[in-house]
Design a binder for this molecule. Structure first.
Ligand SMILES: [Mn+2]
Length: 232
């Protein structure tokens, strides 16, 4: 089976419980749509588990992007202008975007593990297209920002895939299902809080695990929603 999950945000326990819940095996594929770390405490552990599994395909989230930029800059010799830009990125990540726990954990890691994490983050794709049981899917962390029907996905900018907020009232695609994380479904429709939202050929799977203790996942064969909840 093919499964999709996103926005684990350091909730390592929920992530492990989800793998158990779906009886994840070598015959399955799990797509992870980004934002493994930040806000919650065990982001590095989540990332290292994801990257160790050959049948997990990971996409880039805005949190991986800002993490990799901060980490790469910290390891490089920067000019004073670059240093100023780096400071802004660092403060944006550790302040507004909840990266402080991740950053502190990262600084304590042995160099070899830091290098592997950074290589992994720098190799993540921006989007993924797959057909399952005759149904086409487009997977991306946030969506396809500044959407234009005729524009090839390859020509879109990174920002469009990982930071944008989509218009959820709009049906972007007729011939495929768009699957995204990034925006907790409670913000799309308060009635959908903590649940996967499926409308307009769009499946929004970020249930806000780090806020509400509930991680959701969708099976692409059946479009079935699978949930795990903290403390149960
Ligand atoms: Mn995000």
């Amino acid at each position: 089976m093919h499964y999709v999950v996103s926005d684990i945000h350091g909730c390592f326990g929920l992530y492990q419980r989800l793998l158990e819940e779906i009886s994840f095996s070598n015959r399955d594929i799990l797509f992870f749509l980004g934002d493994a770390a930040d806000r919650g405490p065990m982001g590095i552990e989540v990332m290292e588990d994801l990257m160790s599994r050959p049948n997990v395909i990971c996409l880039l989230g805005n949190h991986e992007d800002i993490f990799r930029k901060t980490a790469r800059g910290w390891e490089s010799r920067l000019s004073s202008d670059e240093e100023k830009a780096w400071q802004r990125t660092y403060l944006n990540w550790t302040g507004r975007n909840g990266g402080d726990l991740t950053w502190n954990a990262w600084l304590r890691l042995p160099e070899r593990r830091r290098g592997k994490l950074l290589d992994w983050m720098e190799g993540l794709s921006r989007f993924y297209e797959i057909t399952v049981n005759g149904r086409a899917f487009l997977l991306a962390h946030a969506g396809v920002g500044r959407y234009q029907a005729e524009k090839p996905l390859e020509d879109c900018e990174l920002h469009d895939f990982i930071w944008e907020r989509m218009d959820y009232r709009k049906r972007y695609y007729r011939d495929k299902l768009l699957v995204t994380g990034h925006t907790p479904t409670a913000f799309i429709d308060p009635a959908a809080a903590g649940r996967v939202w499926q409308h307009n050929n769009h499946i929004a799977i970020d249930c806000g695990a780090v806020y509400c203790g509930r991680l959701g996942c969708v099976c692409l064969e059946s479009l079935e929603e699978i949930y795990v909840t903290e403390g149960r």
